[in-house]
Design a protein around this ligand. Structure first.
Ligand code: GLA
Length: 333
C-alpha cells in the first residue's frame, strides 16, 4: 500500500470531530509526515506542564513548547493546552517557601494565579482550549477529591479558582476539566458531581476531557456510552483527550511479550472499530479525539506500568504503516 492510497484520518473525520495527537519535541520530527497527513490538532505531551514551563519561580521556559506550537501553526493544526493545575509534574518550589515550610493558602493562590495568567496569556493567540485542572477526583471510596497539596493547602475551591484565573487570562479559551477512569461508573459519577457543582456556581467551564487510557477489555463499551451521555447532559462539549488502547489489562504485569500476538491485534482492531463507531454517534457533543501519541514506535505505555515493556496502542505500527484497526476506523466513511 503506497502512502498516497492511505486516506487522511482527519479528512475522513471532518464531519465528525477533529483528530489529535500528543507530541513531544522528538516525535514532531520522527513522526512528522504521519502527523501532517493525519491530524489537525496537537497536544504537548509534557512540554506545557508546570515543571517544564516554570521550573523555578518566575523563570518561564517556553522554548520547547513554542516549537511544538510553531509546528502546529505551520501545518494548520489546532493546539490544545495541557495542563495548568495537576498533582503530578509540579516543580517542587511551588508548594514550599524559601525556608522550606509549606506555603500558605494565599501564597499558593498567588502562585497559581501567576502561573496560569502568564502561561495562558503567552499562548493566547495559539492555544484554543486548556485542560485547566487535571485528575482532581479521587478514584475510590467516598472522598470526592483526591488528596493533593492543592486541596490540602488551598481547600476545595482550588478548582474554581484555577478556572477563574484561566478565564481572566483568555476569555475566549475553552476551559476543560480532564480525568482518567472517566468511564468507570464510580468515578464517572464523581466527575459529574464535581463538574455540575462548578456549573451551578457559575464557574467558567466549557468542556470535559475523557482521557481514554483504555485497554482491550476495559472499560466496557456500555460504560463509555453512559459516561458520554451523562457528561453530555451537563451541556458541555466533550473531547477524548488521551486515547490509547493498551494491549495489556491494568493488572497484567507480564514482561515476556516482545511483539503483539494475532489475538491481541484482532481484539484491538475490533475494539477500535466499535469505539469509533460509538464516538461517531456522539459527534454533536464530541469535538476532538486526541491519541496520546500516534504510532506504535513511541508510547508512554512502553514504560508504564511495567518499565521497559513494549506496547502497541495506536492505529499505526512501529513503521508508521496503518494497522487493520486504521482501516476499520475509516471504513465506509
Ligand atoms: C495523564 C496526564 C498526561 C500524561 C499521562 C501519561 O493522563 O494527563 O499528561 O502524563 O498521564 O503519560
Amino acid at each position: 500500500m503506497t502512502a498516497q492510497k492511505i486516506p487522511s484520518l482527519h479528512k475522513v473525520y471532518q464531519n465528525y470531530f477533529e483528530i489529535g495527537a500528543a507530541v513531544n519535541a522528538k516525535t514532531v520530527e520522527t513522526q512528522r509526515d504521519l502527523l501532517i497527513k493525519h491530524v489537525n490538532s496537537l497536544t504537548a505531551e509534557n512540554e506545557m506542564k508546570p515543571e517544564n514551563l516554570q521550573p523555578e519561580e518566575g523563570k518561564f521556559t517556553f522554548e520547547t513548547a513554542d516549537k511544538i506550537v510553531r509546528f502546529a501553526k505551520e501545518n494548520k493544526m489546532k493546539m490544545r493546552g495541557h495542563t495548568l493545575v495537576w498533582h503530578n509534574q509540579m516543580p517542587d518550589w511551588f508548594f514550599t517557601t524559601q525556608s522550606g515550610s509549606k506555603v500558605s493558602r494565599e501564597q499558593l493562590l498567588d502562585r497559581m494565579k501567576t502561573h496560569i495568567h502568564t502561561v495562558v496569556n503567552h499562548y493566547k493567540d495559539d492555544v484554543y482550549c486548556w485542560d485547566v485542572v487535571n485528575e482532581a477526583v479521587e478514584d475510590k471510596g467516598t472522598d470526592l477529591l483526591r488528596k493533593s497539596p492543592w486541596l490540602e493547602i488551598i481547600g476545595k475551591d482550588f478548582i474554581e479558582k484555577a478556572f477563574e484565573y484561566a478565564h481572566e487570562a483568555d476569555p475566549d479559551a475553552l476551559l476543560f476539566y480532564n480525568d482518567y477512569n472517566e468511564s468507570h461508573p464510580e468515578k464517572r459519577d464523581k466527575i459529574y458531581t464535581l463538574v455540575k457543582s462548578l456549573i451551578d456556581k457559575g464557574v467558567p467551564i466549557h468542556g470535559i476531557g475523557l482521557q481514554g487510557h483504555w485497554n482491550l477489555e476495559d472499560p466496557h463499551l456500555d460504560d463509555i456510552r453512559q459516561a458520554i451521555e451523562k457528561y453530555a447532559s451537563l451541556g458541555l462539549q466533550l473531547q477524548l483527550t488521551e486515547l490509547d488502547i493498551s494491549m495489556f489489562k491494568w493488572d497484567d504485569r507480564r514482561t515476556d511479550i516482545k511483539e503483539p500476538t494475532e489475538e491481541m491485534l484482532e481484539k484491538q482492531t475490533d475494539r477500535y472499530e466499535k469505539i469509533f463507531a460509538l464516538l461517531r454517534e456522539y459527534k454533536d457533543v464530541i469535538t476532538c479525539v486526541t491519541f496520546w501519541g500516534f504510532a506504535d514506535d513511541y508510547t508512554w505505555l512502553d514504560d508504564f506500568p511495567v518499565e521497559g515493556r513494549k506496547n502497541w496502542p495506536f492505529l499505526f505500527d512501529e513503521n508508521h504503516e496503518p494497522k487493520q484497526s486504521f482501516w476499520k476506523v475509516v471504513r465506509d466513511l
